[in-house]
Ligand binder design. Structure first.
Ligand code: 2RA
Length: 335
């Protein structure tokens, strides 16, 4: 496979390269793509140096698959240009997620929806992926009617500048782009821009993307997304109200049997998910599973996952793996 990684020098792009190698994805030729200021730089991938190219050059090189993590504007402008020359695009930005003609995929839930005609495929937002992976089997069994979500999101979701600022603030260095909110010792109730009715784009992504992935716009969903000074992954406290009766043991068993989910739930041993321990792993970790004593058929749980891996790069590459395994993408270059 001739594979382009668009945004190869960014945080998610770097993790994509790492995971392509880790999972031995059938890359016969890598095309690292970045902004003009990085063109010409070398990137090492599986022992071979590749030269970073610009977007126009990458299109001319006719990749079979292009993995995008380069922002919504770049995706909107360039994904169609790759498709024109036959490339299948998997995009990490929010640009295409709510487009009714584009599929929004978490492979364990809805990869079977994909066909050869899907040439731009949207990767959901990190905080959505980890949540729906745990909720999908419970929705199928008990039918969710309401979700109340509070997230505690890693600074890595904001990008490398924010991570650098966190380090600078923690080391008493006023970085040149001083993050004005003292994020190294604060909780910032502001992820992405404010949109309608006082909600941020991040909070509305959780609502809209969950409806689309679970194919159920009737679920009542409300969210508060908070940025906290950790780097290992995103955490979410989720309150779930079902239409039907459940037992906590049943829920634990269903989650334990769900691909990609690990249950960490033994409060006697202080065993529960934490971002420090999810970093570098692909699983979604679920714990603090307990009945909501204030409402019938309601449940609380705590969900943690590495937002750069399953929340972005790994999910993207799992989609690509599904396309290859099901012959939905043809390789122009055979190993
Ligand atoms: C964030 N999910 O955490 C968003 C984008 N990565 O900021």
């Amino acid at each position: 496979m001739r594979v382009a990684v668009v945004g190869a020098t960014g945080m998610v792009g770097n993790v994509m390269l790492q995971i392509l190698a880790e999972r031995n994805f059938p890359v016969t030729e890598l095309i690292p793509v970045a902004s003009e200021r990085s063109v010409g730089n070398k990137i090492e991938f599986k022992g071979t140096d590749y030269t970073v190219v610009g977007l126009a050059t990458a299109v001319e090189m006719k990749p079979d698959i292009a993995l995008f993590s380069a922002g919504g504007n770049t995706s909107l402008e360039w994904a169609p240009k790759f498709v024109e020359i036959g490339t299948t695009v998997i995009d990490n930005s929010s640009a295409w997620r709510m487009d009714p003609s584009k599929k929004l995929i978490v492979p364990e839930i809805n990869a079977s929806e994909l066909t050869e005609e899907d040439k731009i495929i949207a990767n959901p937002n990190c905080s959505t992926i980890q949540m729906v992976l745990a909720l999908a089997p419970l929705h199928k069994k008990y039918e969710i009617n309401r979700l109340v979500i509070s997230t505690y999101q890693s600074i890595t979701g904001t990008g490398v500048k924010a991570v650098r600022q966190l380090e600078n603030e923690a080391n008493g260095v006023d970085g040149e782009n001083a993050y004005p909110y003292q994020i190294h010792k604060n909780a910032l109730p502001h992820c992405d821009v404010f949109e309608e009715a006082g909600y941020t784009k991040e909070e509305l992504k959780l609502v809209r993307e969950t409806h689309k992935i679970l194919s159920d716009p009737s679920i009542a969903i409300t969210a508060t997304c908070v940025r906290i000074p950790v780097v290992g992954g995103h955490s979410e406290a989720v309150n779930i109200e079902f239409d039907n009766h459940f037992t906590v043991d049943e829920v634990r068993n269903i989650l334990s049997e769900t691909d990609g989910v690990t249950v960490q739930d033994n409060t006697e041993n202080n065993e529960y998910p934490m971002p420090f321990y999810s970093e570098g792993k692909d699983d979604v970790f679920v714990g603090r599973i307990r009945r909501d004593l204030s409402r019938e058929n309601a449940l609380n749980m705590f969900i943690v996952s590495d937002n750069l891996r399953k929340g972005a790069a790994t999910n993207t590459i799992q989609i690509a793996e599904y396309l290859v395994e099901n012959n939905l993408v043809k390789a122009s270059v055979v190993a």
